[in-house]
Design a binder for this molecule. Sequence first.
Ligand code: G1P
Length: 295
Amino acid sequence: MIRKAVLPVAGFGTRCLPASKAIPKEMITIVDKPVIQYVVTEAVKAGIKEIVLVTHSSKSAIENHFDKHFELENQLEAKGKDELLDELRNIIPDDVNIISVRQPEALGLGHAILCARPVVGNDPFAVMLPDVLIDDEGLASNDLAGMIEAYDKSGKSQIMVETVPQELTYKYGIVALEGDEPAPGASAPLTGMVEKPKVEEAPSTLAVIGRYLLPGEIFPILAETKPGAGNEIQLTDAIETLRRQNGAEAYRMEGQTYDCGSQLGYLEATLALGKKHPTLGKGFTQLIKQYASEG
Ligand code: G1P
């Protein structure tokens, strides 16, 4: 059973500037919560008990968000604001730990994951890129839980994928598969993986979407991986080496993703999740209609 998840949050979020100048891009709000809280909730729902943040000195707001705010809680208690207090206390359950390690230099995603090695050890673990927000509404269990189940069955690394338009393949890790594409919620053996290929060289239109389950064996491979695309140490390259040794599977996701690494992605997520919000949804839907009719 996979119980640990690594969340690389050290990046400066240049695609989200100026919003991300003084606050981490992971703390930008979607409706009423910072984006990182959605990702941590997704992990908790899938049974993760240890969240390892790979972070940077300028991003302590993320750790603070998951820490107890004693003075604030005292004040809310004194004022009888029990509902708010409850909400704050339940941002993460008591049996879930948030641990942080630093990435001293921005050398790439692969390098960020390697920084978590002292905490993760040899255990299998999840990697969750916090730019990717996944809406699992209507699913019996979320995609991460589905990946964990597939990992338990096959013992193979699981890489979450979804179809993207051919002309956008250059932005992603792209996978090659043995046979037919798996149905949503199922996995199929990978035959290759390449980071940000030229569009004409992309082996398929199935892109890696920010969720991975990997064994501890990835760490020594990452330590040996040379810089690749963008002159960065790429997680995709290390997974490709691991795949050649042990095999790996692509898990086709069922949920809906929003790319919160870009400004339009934040706006889309705000629209989609705002409409469904239990208390704000009705009023927000009214606003959307009003603004849409104004053309
Ligand atoms: C990263 C990964 C890439 C993946 C993408 C979307 O790239 O390296 O393989 O497809 O996230 O999850 P980035 O968007 O950080 O450049």
